[in-house]
Design a protein around this ligand. Sequence first.
Ligand SMILES: NC(=O)c1ccc[n+]([C@@H]2O[C@H](COP(=O)([O-])OP(=O)(O)OC[C@H]3O[C@@H](n4cnc5c(N)ncnc54)[C@H](OP(=O)(O)O)[C@@H]3O)[C@@H](O)[C@H]2O)c1
Length: 310
Amino acid sequence: MANKTYKLNTGQEIPAIGLGTWQSPPGEVRKAVYVALEAGYRLIDCAYCYANEDEVGQGLADAFKAGIVKREDIFVVSKVWTTYNTRVELGLDKSLKSLGLDYVDLFLVHWPLLMNPNGNDDRFPKLPNGERDIIRSHNHVDTWKQMEEVLKTGKTKAIGVCNYSKRYLEQLLPHATVIPAVNQIENHPALPQQEIVDLCKEKGIHIMAYSPLGSTGGPLFRAEPVVKISEKHGVKPATVLLSYHLRRGSTVLAKSVTPERIRENLNLIELDDDDMKLLNDYSDKLTKEGKLQRFVYPPFGVDFGFPDKS
Ligand SMILES: NC(=O)c1ccc[n+]([C@@H]2O[C@H](COP(=O)([O-])OP(=O)(O)OC[C@H]3O[C@@H](n4cnc5c(N)ncnc54)[C@H](OP(=O)(O)O)[C@@H]3O)[C@@H](O)[C@H]2O)c1
């Protein structure tokens, strides 16, 4: 199951599972990347914002040197950070330099807003009152236009977005010459985001699911249907949460810096219809009760059009 791939609207094959690197600390992420590639992962999800692409690059270089993989065997994703949304090519160049690569396979808009490129911090500029320094007049479509230009340089093989709601996608698509290959969104049974998933499917945009375990510490391991299904199949709750995305036709990103967990997360299974019903009923119940859980929602103070937050 871990070898499964999907086809993007560019014709590229994208693996069904990838290693996440957000909050993977320096001193650990180099080894995590190496262990993952050795174990069979072929997709590594990175971002300028994570401030660890140098070390991810070292992990990649270690694996190339050891002959575990060649560059063309792997799918590397990076993202333009919000302070670079008017300087997309510069953002990509910085990531490529850190990663030690001359191209990425997929480059994504990390969040559809602009933080002050001339602010008091490269990644998280703040106003004197402590709020994030956001340029509210910026139109996210202008960033997409720069993404389309960057695609022509060959420094990325595909372009896409992250954290796009249905509303934002509907604003973007009429102006897009290139349809995003991917929308990377938070996705799990406690936040199915079905309206976005359905729209993306209709438009040929592949979903990459992030925070599938509920992010830091994996809070979704304790969700009742997850426990039930894991007991039924004799697998770990993590396996259930990751396998859920295979049945939904999405790529899933799992972050770990713990070698045994990195390996364990490749043990995907095929959930049956009863399992999916349990998980979907759980999603429906949370939706009805207004108890959906969004674990990653940076304090931008911007309405991105997510129904659970708007
Ligand atoms: N585009 C975006 O805006 C965006 C936002 C968030 C995330 N992402 C991407 O998606 C990736 C995954 O999301 P995430 O990092 O938020 O969270 P996640 O993968 O849902 O969960 C990571 C947490 O689960 C733990 N864990 C992993 N496997 C486990 C296992 N088998 N058993 C027990 N615990 C386990 C990890 O601990 P240890 O590491 O200590 O093992 C870590 O605390 C990110 O790393 C990033 O690449 C993208």
